[in-house]
Design a protein around this ligand. Sequence first.
Ligand SMILES: [Cu+2]
Length: 169
Amino acid sequence: MTRQSRAHLTDRGAPTSRPVSGPADHPVPATARFRTFRVAAFALIVLVIGGAAIGLVVTRLLGPGATDVAAIQVHASMGGFDPPALTVKAGQPVKIEFASMDSSMHTDGGGWHQFAIDALGINWKVGPLASEVFEFTAPATAGSYSWYCDICCGGKANPQMQGTLTVTG
Ligand SMILES: [Cu+2]
């Protein structure tokens, strides 16, 4: 549409009380239309960026999802282990999906966590916002073993970075 035809349409629809003056007045409707477009574009940008930000926060809060529903889910974060205790049967195979709920933004450990039980030769590590499925056979005799993460938060000296594996007979 040319500037001339737009001005013509505007003149036809303009209120009669408003005097039709020089060409200087005519850009006004075009400016209003552009303003509407800018508001719409701004709203769209807010929606897209806001949606992405919310997505990031939700991902951060939920962490990685379980990939193996048959595995015992163990989550590690700066706040500790969830759950902090596990009970397994002696001599039975145990499958654990170990996940880090922390992102690589954590300066302390970079989002990595460990699940280690020295007495059983277990030393698993998992990266930021990732999970991995590990398997081992529970000891043949009943007992209690503590596990730890020595990567972050002061390492295994931190009670938060510890858990207990109980083996029942
Ligand atoms: Cu840790």
